[in-house]
Design a protein around this ligand. Structure first.
Ligand SMILES: Cc1cc2nc3c(=O)[nH]c(=O)nc-3n(C[C@H](O)[C@H](O)[C@H](O)COP(=O)(O)OP(=O)(O)OC[C@H]3O[C@@H](n4cnc5c(N)ncnc54)[C@H](O)[C@@H]3O)c2cc1C
Length: 291
């Protein structure tokens, strides 16, 4: 069977990928987005947006719905699959996904950022008490005790959001947080400094955590663990194929071209100085125009 070759395949359907697809489609290209989850990307986890032009205040969900409508209006194909590897060596690029291999003359990488992991046994409890998004999942733990895993204050915002709905929020930070503990505006947040989680335990769902404070092992009974350690680019599959910066972000020129001809990158995954919705859209527009 003859293989289907796209003009442009866009990896990731966040705002960067969506904007790229609109610009590419308007150039009459055969284009598709490969997205593993919902089109909209990080938008789903934003409560309120106050800096997206033409809106005074909008929820990430509302903006996501508008982007989805625009995808439909422009008849852009969405392929629901997970990109697992790539082959950029030949003129026709190969995108190796979980279900199938896809082929394209040009590729735009727009897979954004991923949550930094704790590196303990969190995977087995994912969706059963382990979450990476306080805004998205706080309501599942209304009036319950939860903990936030934090590093140098990375979990403060998440803890404050959880404190509005949960009974008690333990903020476990690996650094000394004494100054923040004194200034913390919520009475139901207990800040625990110099704490490193060594185990999440439970039977089918999270029941508690064990953590080391100095050399002493302590235990907390809680219903959920929110891992708020920040985000990083997931560029492992590109590291021998494209030029990356020291933090793993993909290097591009101003046309969003990477070090390989026919391969572009845009949005949060590329080495840029501002990681916001408007900059992701701007990157996407350029990539969609020049790919
Ligand atoms: C809590 C929070 C609040 C924010 N608030 C604001 C704000 O108020 N204003 C603002 O301007 N910006 C804000 N941002 C930043 C903004 O959301 C991002 O800069 C922007 O969404 C980045 O878009 P992107 O398309 O580059 O990446 P993403 O939105 O991360 O999209 C990447 C997409 O790729 C998909 N993907 C990843 N890996 C694969 C794979 N292997 N296979 C297939 N698909 C894959 C993902 O599922 C995702 O849909 C906020 C971010 C967060 C997390």
């Amino acid at each position: 069977m003859e293989k289907e070759i796209f003009d442009i395949l866009i990896l990731g359907g966040g705002v960067a990928g969506i904007t790229a697809s609109i610009y590419a489609k308007r150039r009459n290209k055969k284009v598709a987005i490969i997205e593993e989850m919902l089109v909209g990307g990080q938008l789903a986890s934003i409560n309120e947006i106050e800096n997206f032009p033409s809106y005074d205040n909008v929820s990430g969900f509302e903006l996501m719905q508008n982007f989805q409508k625009q995808i439909k209006y422009n008849e852009i194909q969405i392929i629901n699959d997970i990109v697992q590897n790539v082959n950029f060596e030949k003129e026709i690029k190969e995108i190796i996904c979980k279900n199938k291999v896809y082929y394209a003359k040009s590729v735009i990488i727009a897979t954004g950022l991923t949550h930094k992991k704790l590196g303990q046994n969190e995977d087995i409890f994912l969706g059963h008490g382990v979450s990476y998004c306080a805004i998205c999942d706080a309501n599942f733990y209304k009036k319950q005790d939860v903990c936030v895993v934090s590093q140098k204050g990375s979990g403060i915002l998440g803890a404050l959001q959880l404190a509005d709905v949960c009974k008690k929020v333990y903020l476990l930070d690996s650094e000394d947080m004494t100054i923040y503990a004194k200034a913390c505006p919520k009475k139901n947040i207990e800040v625990i400094s110099n704490a490193n989680i060594s185990e999440i335990y439970g039977n089918m769902k999270v029941e508690g955590v064990k953590y080391l404070k100095g050399s002493i092992m302590e235990t907390l009974s809680i219903s959920a663990v929110f891992i708020e350690l920040g985000k990083q680019p997931l560029t492992e599959i590109y590291k021998d194929k494209l030029k990356l910066d020291a933090s793993g972000y993909i290097l591009t020129n101003e046309k969003m071209e990477t070090s390989v001809k026919g391969v572009f990158a845009c949005g949060d995954i590329r080495a840029g100085i501002l990681k916001q919705l408007v900059t992701a859209c701007a990157d996407g527009a350029i990539a969609g125009q020049y790919a």
